[in-house]
Design a protein around this ligand. Structure first.
Ligand SMILES: [Zn+2]
Length: 317
């Protein structure tokens, strides 16, 4: 079934105001070949319009399900109208959106908005299977720990005079654009900038044989399976390829988003912010409606509980 695809915020607000439209939109993205029971995979399902749910014809417990079952929206008492609009904001606001803005825009408490935000960010962290290749840049940066971004009372408790204590190391790997594709980036929190951590990231994300550009940090030496060239700022290269300008650009977008929009990013949650920014960067050449559609496709099969968010249990694998 082809669902209408809203392409502006105004269209999204109007369209998702109807529960039927929300359901149709999810069904089209989740089950493009027809509704399937999320518990047994059966296709003999009966829609019950009165309850806005399906009943599976299979013989097992819990035969009723909705379009939320088995997704990041499952178990949430909030309607899909609120979920999809919150998701639209997170996905399409260029510098990101704070839970405070979501709270005001869709009329839920700030705590609820914070929880929704984090569920949505998990959906955006769609780990791509294939490695980056061609011409690839690798670089690191530090995020956080700037006193001027904190509230005064928080500043007193957090800043202890040593400076840089709260900073978190982040590694970025960027595949440059080619004739077939726009440049794309992956950003992850790393424990430190030592050889072991940096090289493990490079090997996990970059195909052997690719051209690899890094700065002269000693931690990068020994990546012999790549065509590794080191940026030497004292030397002007003839072909102009040996630089990490693509990542410099991404770092400035990332830092503008984090310092400009978010009140603070706890290190524990930083990886989700990175996923969100990388998602928006990697999908920057499509329309808002297409970007939203890609994000919705990422929600299926992903679940997140409050314990996961607050660190009471191990992070999801
Ligand atoms: Zn079933």
């Amino acid at each position: 079934m082809e669902a209408f695809e809203p392409n502006t915020l105004q269209e999204a607000v109007l369209y998702f105001a109807s529960p039927d439209n929300c359901r149709e939109y999810l069904v089209a993205h989740r089950w493009p070949d027809g509704v399937v029971c999320p518990r047994c995979g059966g296709t003999t399902v009966l829609f019950q319009p009165k309850y806005n749910r399906w009943q599976c014809g299979g013989k097992h417990a819990l035969r009723q399900f909705t379009s939320k079952t088995g997704t990041i929206f499952e178990d949430s008492p909030l309607g899909l109208d609120k979920w999809l609009l919150a998701m639209w904001q997170v996905v399409n606001c260029k510098n990101g959106v704070s839970s405070y803005e979501v709270h005001r825009a869709i009329g839920v408490t700030q705590k609820t908005a914070w929880f929704m935000d984090h569920r949505i960010r998990l959906a955006l962290g769609m780990a791509p299977a294939e490695k980056l290749s061609g011409h690839v840049e690798a670089d690191e940066t530090f995020i956080g720990g700037k006193a001027r971004n904190m509230h005064a009372s928080k500043r007193l408790t957090r800043i202890t005079g040593t400076g840089g204590k709260d900073k978190t190391a982040v590694m970025g790997i960027l595949e440059r654009s080619s004739k077939e594709s726009v440049s794309r980036v992956r950003a992850t929190v790393i424990p430190n900038r030592k050889k072991k951590a940096l090289q493990a990231e490079v090997r996990a994300h970059v195909e052997a044989g690719s051209a690899l550009y890094t700065d002269a940090l000693q931690s990068y030496s020994g990546l012999d399976e790549f065509e590794h060239q080191v940026v030497d700022h004292a030397v002007q290269y003839v072909d102009g390829r040996v630089h990490t300008n693509g990542l410099e650009n991404f770092w400035s977008l990332l830092k503008r988003g984090i310092h400009g929009t978010y009140v603070s990013v706890e290190p524990f949650h930083l990886f989700r912010y990175l996923d969100e920014q990388a998602f928006r960067f990697n999908n920057r050449k499509v329309t808002d409606g297409e970007r939203f559609s890609i994000a919705v496709s990422g929600i299926v099969g992903k679940r997140l509980t409050f314990d996961h968010l607050t660190g009471k249990t191990e992070a999801l694998a």
